[in-house]
Design a protein around this ligand. Sequence first.
Ligand code: TRP
Length: 333
Amino acid sequence: MEEKKTLFSAVQPSGVMTLGNYLGAIKNWKSMIDDYDCIYSIADLHTLTVKQVPADLRAHTYELAALYIACGLDPEKCVLFVQSHVPAHAELTWILNTMTYPGELQRMTQFKDKSLKHADNVNMGLMDYPVLMAADILLYNTEVVPVGIDQKQHLEIARDLAVRFNNRYSETFKVPEPYIGKVGAKIMSLQDPTKKMSKSDENANAFISLDDDRDAIIRKFRRAVTDSDGRIIAAEDKPGITNLLSIYGAVTGKTIAEAEKEFEGKGYGDFKSAVGETVADLIGPIREEKDRILKDKEFLDGVFRSGAEKAERIANKTLAKVYRKVGLVQRMR
Ligand code: TRP
């Protein structure tokens, strides 16, 4: 059998997921299991870089796991684990920190954005975020990393660090490639389609949460802000209609051109309702399945345990190699 390439990705357990997060990430992960050795993590250590309510963080971690499984990520067919359960992530981060320069991290767009947004808590972890992410990726000899466009800069750091380590010591890490999804990677706000859809928007009509019920979803799409020229086509001066077309495309797998054709001559009202119903049809069953799985904590704890064991086997091997190469004395057992 031909060896599959390793694919790694992760999502932070930071609360409700929006339709944008889902379409940009997890929706595509299931189909990748056939083609890659897939490792999917819940990046709880990353989440700590902004202030958390401890009980909420714990609940969100279970919720994200239930969501992964509800989206078809079968824990028997991929490695599904919680980042903090595998200490090697924090340990490799330390080693990589010794070869990362503050300037590289200070110029990261996300660090700058989050520093403004969380001005009262600009901590070292926030700045070091990309190094922890590099450790996540490099521990597993990852070749492919599906990420949203907003994480591409971080992946560049992971690549730079892999190359830097390999050059300074000897060939150790694979240099990972990004895998940027096609349509719908960036889903915009329904109320201001020039802004990204965000769960922290004060206006709940601006985003679709995976926890919204059918009525709420359809209502939010009916209220989506559009222009008034009446043509259902994607165009730069029509961000609202363009956003709805790309959501429709991402959910149905159709191209924008196909979607435009389908709604040719229709009114905005009918179009918005159709998009709303399509999204509700997609999300409804996932939400129900997630809620069902979430009730079984014991099952989820079992998934976490076996996931961490599988992840640790790979991660510890890489970490041991790294420790040896940098000159640390091997601990005897
Ligand atoms: N930073 C990513 C995000 O917020 C989550 C993440 C953590 C990740 N570690 C990763 C993604 C490693 C890909 C690979 O979207």
